[in-house]
Design a protein. Structure first.
Length: 111
C-alpha cells in the first residue's frame, strides 16, 4: 500500500495513494494505524482523495482506528472523500460516526 505521512504538530496526516481500500490492502492500513497509535499518536487525519472504492474491510479498519483513537482521548478524522466512497459511508450510516471534511485544511481546523 502506498501511504504518504505528514506531521503537523501533534496531528498525523495519512494520505492513501490507492484507488481501492478493500480486503486486499486494508490489513496494511490497520498495521500502519496500530504502529502510529503504539508510537503515541492520538490525532490522525486520513486523506482519502485518491480512494475510489471502499468495501467492508476498508470500513472496518477505519472504524477500528476510530475506536483506538477514542480510547486514547484522540480522534480519527477523514477528508476528501470521493462520491462513491461518501455514499458507502452514508449507506452504512458511518457518516454519523466520523468527522468528515472536504479538505485536509478543513480537517486540521477541527483540532
Amino acid at each position: 500500500m502506498n501511504i504518504k505521512h505528514e506531521i503537523q504538530g501533534e496531528i498525523r496526516i495519512i494520505s492513501l495513494r490507492e484507488e481501492r481500500l478493500d480486503a486486499h490492502n486494508s490489513d496494511l492500513l490497520k498495521s500502519e494505524l496500530n504502529s502510529l497509535f503504539e508510537s503515541g499518536a492520538k490525532n490522525i487525519v486520513i486523506d482519502l482523495k485518491e480512494v475510489r472504492f471502499i468495501d467492508s474491510s476498508g470500513l472496518g479498519v477505519l472504524v477500528s482506528g476510530f475506536k483506538n483513537a477514542s480510547a486514547r482521548q484522540g480522534s480519527l478524522t477523514l477528508c476528501s472523500l470521493q462520491n462513491q466512497v461518501r455514499s458507502m459511508f452514508e449507506l452504512t450510516r458511518l457518516h454519523r460516526v466520523f468527522d468528515i471534511y472536504t479538505t485536509i485544511d478543513e480537517a486540521l481546523e477541527h483540532f
